[in-house]
Structures are given as structure tokens and as C-alpha cells.
Ligand binder design. Structure first.
Ligand SMILES: NC(=O)c1ccc[n+]([C@@H]2O[C@H](COP(=O)([O-])OP(=O)(O)OC[C@H]3O[C@@H](n4cnc5c(N)ncnc54)[C@H](O)[C@@H]3O)[C@@H](O)[C@H]2O)c1
Length: 322
């Protein structure tokens, strides 16, 4: 019987699929500092992680029985993939399962930013019954997304999902991606079953920053250890533009971000990811024009179910081959 340790948990559907195929699945997290010991003692063949568990070279060296590492999600930055390759341990992930959920969260931040719901919510709770008309005045200068330009940096799976939603809302879309020249997106109309093709050619980062009212980042991470959006890039943006980052912390220079918010250059920023997770800096957390979520882009029922199912199917396929 193959044994799977889902150290950061696995959706029930994935667990059931594995158990139905005769696998043993443990979903209790190993005690802090005792992961290698747990894997060896209980002879786990597979280690499944999300972003919390770090799979280091030392861990792999300490667990000779480990055959497969699964990352429930997109990024592999918490797994030493080169070391796994060198040791012949396979690494799999579920890259497409959460794209729709992350893209929808981007729009949660955008809608919140243009209608001030992040700021208005706590104030309505504390002042809504005593200061209603003043609050109404303060939050009356909202704007629509329709007719505006959505700039997308990183035009892969999530970037393209964001583009489809922006097009559906009546926005213009511009995108930059050094590895993609042109994409034909299919806008699926559920109601009628139609697929409407829309061709989008990418342009330079500078072009996207200059043209966009809203910019959303969907790159794999920092580039050569540097933020993709820093002082020079913010300077290129329109006055009053907004930024959303649901990719990876550190992709935006957080010092420059705060300066741009305070100077009014940026009207608002939506953040799901932070440079210093899980302890983001408090000046960002307390800024009134930053909307915040705690890295929950992929955290929907639908995405987790898809991730669990895809992961289970990939594990079953792996053991059919080996
Ligand atoms: N917030 C969350 O919970 C959450 C969930 C899932 C994924 N993510 C993150 O979202 C990001 C994108 O995921 P994806 O599935 O779309 O990945 P993807 O690989 O499909 O797309 C990334 C794209 O970025 C492009 N790219 C690389 N360097 C670039 C640069 N310097 N400028 C512009 N484009 C560049 C690549 O060519 C690629 O097309 C990743 O960082 C991933 O870790 C976050």
C-alpha cells in the first residue's frame, strides 16, 4: 500500500480518490521540526505540500524512501526542485486549477478600490448610525471599471483569466510578457455556449504601465532578485492609477508603493501577497488605501476541489508508471 503524507492538508475529493485506489492518506501535519522523522517512521512514499511546508535538500537527504513530492498549487518556490531532480524524486504540481479563483480575487480588490468598500466597511460599523451622511459624502466619488484600461504584467494562465474577465466587463486590455507575443483568448458565454475569440498582442512593460488605469501582476516572482515594479516603473504609470498584486510578495517594492500612495500617484493598491509573509509590515497593513487579503488567491472551494482531484490523478498516474 502506498502512503501519502498531505502535510498541509488535501481537499476531501482528492483524499477519497486516493483512498478508493488503495492509498493510505495522512492529513495530520507533522510536528514542527519532526517532518523527516515522521516520513521515515511511517514510511511515506509521497509528501504533499501547499505553500507552508518547506521541502529542503536536507529533508530529501534525510528521507531515502521518498519517491514523489506534490505541490498543491502553482509556485514551486518552497521546494528545492533541483535537488529533487538530482536525487530522482519526482515533483508535480497543479498549475491551472486555481487560475479562475485568483483572477476573481483580483477583481474583488479592484471593485473594492474603485468603490472604497475596504475603507467604508469598518467606518460604517463604527459610525454608520451616527455619521451616515458624512460617510456617504466621503465615499461618493467612485468610478466604474467599464471603459478603463486593464494592464496585465505576466500573461500566463492567471493573467489571461484576468484578461477574459476584464473584457467581459467592457474594459480594454493591454499585457506584457517577454515570453508571449500574442494570445487568442476565448470568452466563453455560459448562457449561450458561445466562445468569442479575442486576439491580444502583448507589448512592452513600459507601454502597459503608461496606458493602464489598473495594473495587475501575474509574474512568477522577482526578476534577478529585484521587484518588477519599483520607483522607475511607478513613475511611468498614469496619475491616479491603481495596482493589484496577487502573484508573489516582493514583486512590488513596498517602500516605493507607500510613497506612491502617499503622494497620490497611485489611488489604491490591492494586495494578496506580501514581501514578508506571514508577518507583513504594519505600515502597509494600516494604510487606508490598501485593500488586503491574507494570500487567499487559490482559497476557494472550487479551486481546492480541482487541486485535490488533479493532484490525486497525477499521483495515481505516477504510480502506474513506476
Ligand atoms: N495569490 C495566490 O494565492 C496565488 C495562487 C496561485 C498562483 N499565484 C501566483 O501567480 C503567479 C502567476 O501564476 P500563473 O499560473 O499565471 O503562472 P504562469 O506561469 O502561467 O504565468 C506567468 C507568466 O509570467 C511571465 N513572465 C515571467 N517573467 C516576466 C516578467 N518579468 N514580466 C512579465 N511577464 C513575465 C511568463 O512568461 C508567464 O507567461 C505566480 O507567481 C504564482 O505563484 C498566486
Amino acid at each position: 500500500m502506498k502512503r501519502v503524507l498531505a502535510n498541509d492538508g488535501i481537499d476531501n475529493l482528492g483524499k477519497q480518490l486516493l483512498e478508493a485506489a488503495g492509498f493510505f492518506v495522512e492529513t495530520h501535519k507533522a510536528a514542527e521540526g519532526h517532518l523527516a522523522e515522521t516520513i521515515n517512521k511511517h514510511e511515506f512514499d509521497v509528501l504533499l505540500v501547499r505553500s507552508a511546508t518547506k521541502v529542503t535538500a536536507a529533508l530529501m537527504d534525510a528521507c531515502p524512501g521518498l519517491k514523489l513530492i506534490g505541490r498543491a498549487g502553482v509556485g514551486l518556490d518552497n521546494i528545492d526542485v533541483h535537488h529533487a531532480e538530482a536525487k530522482g524524486i519526482a515533483v508535480i504540481n497543479t498549475p491551472a486549477a486555481s487560475s479562475q479563483s485568483v483572477a476573481e480575487l483580483v477583481f474583488a480588490h479592484l471593485f473594492s478600490g474603485v468603490r472604497f468598500t475596504g475603507e467604508a466597511n469598518p467606518r460604517m460599523r463604527s459610525e454608520g448610525s451616527t455619521n451616515f451622511n458624512e460617510l456617504k459624502k466621503q465615499y461618493s466619488a467612485g468610478s466604474e471599471l467599464q471603459g478603463k484600461t486593464m494592464g496585465i504584467i505576466g500573461f500566463g494562465r492567471i493573467g489571461q483569466a484576468v484578461a477574459r474577465m476584464a473584457l467581459g466587463l467592457g474594459m480594454n486590455v493591454v499585457a506584457s510578457d517577454p515570453f508571449i507575443k500574442e494570445v487568442t483568448l476565448k470568452l466563453h458565454i455560459l448562457q449561450t455556449g458561445q466562445d468569442i475569440p479575442v486576439k491580444i498582442a502583448t507589448s512592452s512593460l513600459e507601454d502597459v504601465l503608461r496606458k493602464s488605469d489598473f495594473v495587475s501582476l501575474h509574474v512568477p516572482g522577482k526578476v534577478d532578485g529585484k521587484a518588477v515594479i519599483g520607483k522607475a516603473e511607478i513613475k511611468l504609470m498614469k496619475a491616479g492609477a491603481a495596482l493589484v498584486n496577487a502573484s508573489r510578495g516582493g514583486v512590488i517594492d513596498e517602500d516605493e508603493l507607500l510613497l506612491a500612495l502617499d503622494s497620490g500617484k497611485l489611488s489604491f493598491v490591492g494586495l494578496d501577497v506580501f514581501e514578508n509573509e506571514p508577518t507583513p509590515r504594519t505600515d502597509i497593513l494600516h494604510h487606508p488605501r490598501v485593500t488586503l487579503t491574507p494570500h487567499i488567491g487559490a482559497s476557494t472551494k472550487e479551486a481546492q476541489e480541482r487541486i485535490g482531484k488533479e493532484m490525486a490523478e497525477a499521483i495515481l498516474a505516477f504510480f502506474k508508471r513506476h
